[in-house]
Ligand binder design. Structure first.
Ligand code: KG4
Ligand code: ZN
Length: 330
C-alpha cells in the first residue's frame, strides 16, 4: 500500500501529487503565466519559475492530502522527456527529498504517464487498449499491453498536434497556448476553408505542412480583403481545428483496424479539445469501440499521472539510485 509523493516539472507546469495505493489524495499544479507575453514557453523562465514554485506546491499537496512527509513510502519524479532545465529542478528536488527522508526514488517517463492518467479514476480501461496521446510536445499512437508494456506504433514526424494548434493560432493572433481559445472560437464558426492535411503514410502524422497551408491561404485572402482574418476568425478556427482533428481521428481509425483493438483512449493536453472528444465518441458508437477520455485535470500536465505510474513501478520493484539524471529524451 504505497503512499507516494509525485513531482512533475517537464515543461511549464510545476505539479505535485500524493497518491495512496493508486488513489489520488491531492494533485496541485502551479502554472506559469510568464510565457504568454512571449507567445511560447521560454525554457530559462520556466526553470526559474519551477525553482520558485516547487516547495510551496509540494507543501500544499501534502497538506491537502492530510499527510506528512514522514508518512511517505517513495518519491517519484518525471525524468523526461521535456525541457532539461525544467526537468532538472524536479529531479534535484525529488532526489534531495528522498535522501533527507531515506525514501526510495522512482523515475517516470512523462509520455508513459500521460497514457496511465486513465488509471487516476474510474472507469479504467482493461488491457490491451489503444491510446492516442496528443500534447504540446508529442503525438503518439500507443498499444498499451499492460501498464509498463507500451509500444509506440505511430508518431509525428515534425510538429505535435498541440503545437499545430498553438502555431496556427499564433498566425491568426490568438494568445499562447492557442488550443483552448481556438476550441472556444471554433464552436461559433463552421469549417468552411479547406486546409492541406499532409499525410506521411501509415500511422505517422505530419502537421508542419498544415501551418504553411494556413499561412499561404490566409495571406492570399488578406491580399484581396485586409479584414478577412478578423471578419472570419470563428470560421478560420473551426477550419483549422477540423483539419487537425480529422487527421487525428483518421489515424486512430487506421490504428484500430491494424491492431484489432476496440478499446480506444485519448490522453494529453489536446484531448481537452471538444471536437476531438465528440468525434471520438461518435466514431466509437459507429465502430463499437469502448472509449476512454480522462478528466481535463488529468489530460494536461499533472503529477497525479506521475504518481499513478509510480504506483505500478513500486509494485514491480522498479526503483532508481541517487545518481539518476534528467533526460530531455528518453
Ligand atoms: O499535455 P499538455 O498540457 O502539455 C504538454 O505536455 O505539452 O498539452 C498542452 C497542449 C497545448 O499545445 C495546448 O494548446 C493544447 O494542449 N490544448 C488544447 C486544448 N487545451 C489544451 N488544444 C486544443 N483544444 C483544447 N481545448
Ligand atoms: Zn505532457
Amino acid at each position: 500500500m504505497p503512499l507516494i509523493l509525485a513531482i512533475e516539472s517537464s515543461c511549464d507546469d510545476t505539479s505535485a501529487a500524493v497518491v495512496s495505493d493508486g488513489v489520488i489524495l491531492s494533485n496541485v499544479t502551479a502554472s506559469q503565466a510568464i510565457h504568454v507575453e512571449f507567445g511560447g514557453v521560454v525554457p530559462e523562465y520556466a526553470s526559474r519559475a519551477h525553482q520558485r514554485n516547487i516547495l510551496p506546491t509540494v507543501s500544499v499537496a501534502l497538506r491537502r492530502a492530510g499527510r506528512s512527509a514522514t508518512d511517505l513510502d517513495a518519491v517519484a519524479f518525471t525524468r523526461g522527456p521535456g525541457l532539461i532545465g525544467s526537468l532538472m529542478v524536479g529531479v534535484s528536488f525529488a532526489k534531495a527529498f528522498a535522501l533527507a527522508l531515506d525514501l526510495p526514488l522512482i523515475e517516470v517517463d512523462h509520455m508513459q504517464a500521460h497514457v496511465l492518467a486513465h488509471f487516476a479514476e474510474d472507469p479504467k480501461p482493461a488491457f490491451p487498449f489503444l491510446c492516442l496521446t496528443v500534447s504540446g510536445g508529442h503525438t503518439q499512437l500507443v498499444v498499451v499491453r499492460s501498464a509498463l508494456d507500451q509500444e509506440i506504433i505511430g508518431r509525428t514526424i515534425d510538429d505535435a498536434a498541440g503545437e499545430a494548434f498553438d502555431k496556427s493560432g499564433k498566425l491568426i493572433g490568438l494568445p499562447y497556448p492557442a488550443g483552448p481559445e481556438m476550441d472556444k472560437l471554433a464552436r461559433l464558426g463552421s469549417p468552411t476553408i479547406d486546409f492541406a492535411q499532409p499525410d506521411p503514410g501509415e500511422l505517422d502524422f505530419s502537421f508542419s505542412g498544415l501551418k504553411t497551408s494556413i499561412l499561404y491561404k490566409l495571406q492570399a485572402k488578406a491580399k484581396a480583403d485586409p479584414t478577412f482574418v478578423r471578419e472570419n476568425l470563428n470560421d478560420i478556427c473551426a477550419s483549422i481545428q477540423h483539419a487537425i482533428v480529422s487527421t487525428l481521428i483518421r489515424k486512430l481509425v487506421l490504428a484500430s483496424e491494424r491492431t484489432g483493438l476496440n478499446r480506444v483512449a485519448l490522453a494529453g493536453g489536446v484531448s481537452a479539445n471538444s471536437e476531438l472528444r465528440a468525434r471520438l465518441i461518435e466514431e466509437g458508437k459507429q465502430r463499437n469501440w469502448e472509449t476512454f477520455i480522462p478528466k481535463v485535470e488529468y489530460c494536461t500536465d499533472n503529477a497525479a499521472m506521475i504518481g499513478v505510474t509510480a504506483t505500478f513501478k513500486y509494485e514491480a520493484g522498479l526503483f532508481v539510485d541517487q545518481d539518476v539524471a534528467p533526460a530531455a529524451r528518453l
